[in-house]
Design a protein around this ligand. Structure first.
Ligand code: BES
Ligand code: ZN
Ligand code: ZN
Length: 500
């Protein structure tokens, strides 16, 4: 899809999208039409029954074929419900729905006339940006492995607005978000025989062209450092484990403490010797979702030259079976020095994060540290695909994250941490064990495990097991990889951590 901005009125061969309010009164472009067209359109949209009810809290729409006196092929009139109260997310959703309607009617040339949709909550320039973001996010496609490509005409969407210069300037910011989300979705969607730990690392490395400093540690380096927890998980795989460190220095003060993001990157999780059941195992290709979000986010921050110092660290391993794989009851020594009894090789994400978290703190002394991981099936039992789990030792950081998620429609729900849960991880033969005995609050104890590797720094852990992949299309994400977290964390940075 190709989006252009112009201040042309109408164009031949294009269809148009205009808007009216709840009482069917035209707004923006519609109001500026000549009397004849205006009357014609107003007459057609007067009756409520003429609108297709979408059962949406945002809009209904009507299609006018060959509108009188206009050079447009068709005119889509959207009746917006309470647009004066639209939030950022409402504009993204409207954009997403617009895209699905355009696709449904196979429109490949569209002009949108957004003037007049003025909300009291979002500036006009931002609302057009968010609408476009939603439109583009929902049109994501991944068809690399189809050998017979459908030949589709490239879609062209034009925005006609009197504010067109200001809108086009703002669009760079939106493009940066799109770039990050696209990269995240691509990485997650790629099959695991292609997207191995070294291949994910290579993708991170490509961010160097944007001015990101990228360092890759292989197994030899990690062994030297003593990262026994991460290495134990990858030892059954033919693909080399990697730790990738991305540094974006965008703050004027180069020495300013960074904000750090850490991601779980298990390129495929068989469960290891504690093998997963075959039913649904294919889903475990998205067990590198946390790392993909971190890589995509750094891409977004670098693309928009965010005025922040940010670090992205991803632990990349494949959790496989085989004669070299670790056994349940093995004891490993983590980079922090603490020893872990691995009672279940399928609770591997926390082992990877243990070393990645410790390394990040030791090397960078970050201001805050946020990790993302498809960590537990239990978080899906608790929150489904509606909310990701949030665990934190800081009320302030939790509030900032929750508020950012609310704005972007990537919602978080905080769950508790507590010493009593922590004690459940004590082991009789090592400093801790990687699972608790018996049934318990699985997502919480996993977070408690991570907290043992957090050293007096404000920290938050997002369990994104339920939100990384969607089986049904969502307003701004087709089926598949959602990239949940990229928009949220980009918003967190711009709202709270960017020195303007
Ligand atoms: N990658 C899984 C968690 C997961 C489950 C992600 C479903 C996405 C969808 C994780 O490594 C895992 O296997 N966790 C175990 C932990 C258990 C052994 C304590 C789980 O959740 O069952
Ligand atoms: Zn697992
Ligand atoms: Zn896993």
């Amino acid at each position: 899809m190709d989006i252009q901005f112009n201040n042309l009125r109408q164009e031949k061969g294009y269809s148009g999208v205009i808007f009216c309010d709840q009482n069917c009164r035209l707004i923006g472009f519609g109001r500026k039409l000549d009397q004849l067209s205006k009357k014609h359109i107003s007459d057609l949209i007067k009756g409520d029954e003429s609108f297709q009810s979408r059962n949406s809290k945002h809009y209904d729409y009507i299609i006018i074929h060959q509108p009188e006196n206009l050079k447009l092929k068709k005119l889509y009139v959207f009746k917006l419900k309470k647009y004066k109260e639209f939030s950022t997310r409402d504009f993204q959703i409207l954009g997403g729905h617009l895209q699905s309607i355009i696709s449904f009617y196979k429109e490949d040339r569209i002009i949108v006339y957004p003037d007049g949709i003025i909300s009291s909550k979002v500036s006009f320039v931002n609302s057009v940006g968010e609408l476009l973001l939603g439109l583009k996010l929902s049109s994501y496609e991944f068809n690399k492995y189809h050998t017979k490509k459908e030949i589709k005409k490239k879609k062209k969407v034009k925005i006609h607005s009197s504010q067109y210069t200001r809108i086009s300037k703002n669009i760079e910011k939106i493009e940066a978000v799109l770039e990050g989300v696209r990269l995240t979705r691509d990485l997650v969607t790629e099959p695991p025989n292609f997207m191995t730990p070294p291949k994910i690392a290579e993708n991170a490395k490509s961010l160097e062209t944007l001015g990101v400093k990228v360092k890759i540690l292989g197994e030899k380096e990690m062994k030297k450092l003593g990262m026994g927890a991460l290495l134990g998980v990858g030892q059954g795989s033919i693909h080399e484990s990697q730790l990738v460190i991305m540094e974006w220095t965008g703050s004027r003060n180069k020495k300013k403490k960074p904000i750090a993001f850490v991601g779980k990157g298990v390129s495929f999780d068989t469960g290891g010797v504690s093998l997963k059941p075959s039913n649904g195992m294919e889903e475990m290709k998205y067990d590198m979702g946390g790392s993909a979000v971190v890589i995509g986010l750094i891409k977004t921050l670098a693309s928009r030259k965010a005025k922040v110092n940010a670090i992205g660290v991803v632990g990349l391993v494949e959790n496989h079976i085989g004669s070299k794989a670790q056994r349940p009851s093995d004891v490993v020594k983590s980079y922090s020095g603490q020893t872990i009894e691995v009672l279940n090789t399928d609770a591997e994400g926390r082992l990877v994060l243990a070393d990645a978290l410790w390394y990040t703190q030791e090397q960078y002394r970050p201001e805050v540290i946020i990790d993302l991981a498809t960590l537990t099936g239990a978080i899906i039992v608790a929150l489904g695909d509606e909310y990701a789990g949030l665990f934190s030792n800081s009320d302030k950081l939790s509030k900032q994250l929750t508020a950012s998620g609310e704005i972007e429609g990537e919602k978080l729900w905080r769950l508790p941490l507590n010493d009593r849960y922590d004690k459940m991880l004590n082991s009789s033969i090592a400093d801790m064990q990687n699972i608790t005995n018996g049934r318990g609050p699985g997502s919480i104890t996993a977070a408690q495990f991570l907290q043992r590797f957090v050293n007096k720094v404000p920290w938050a852990h997002l369990d994104i097991a339920g939100t990384t992949w969607t089986k049904k299309p969502l307003p701004t994400s087709p089926k598949g990889a959602t990239a949940f977290g990229v928009k949220l964390l980009n918003r967190l940075v711009s709202k709270y951590y960017e020195g303007k």
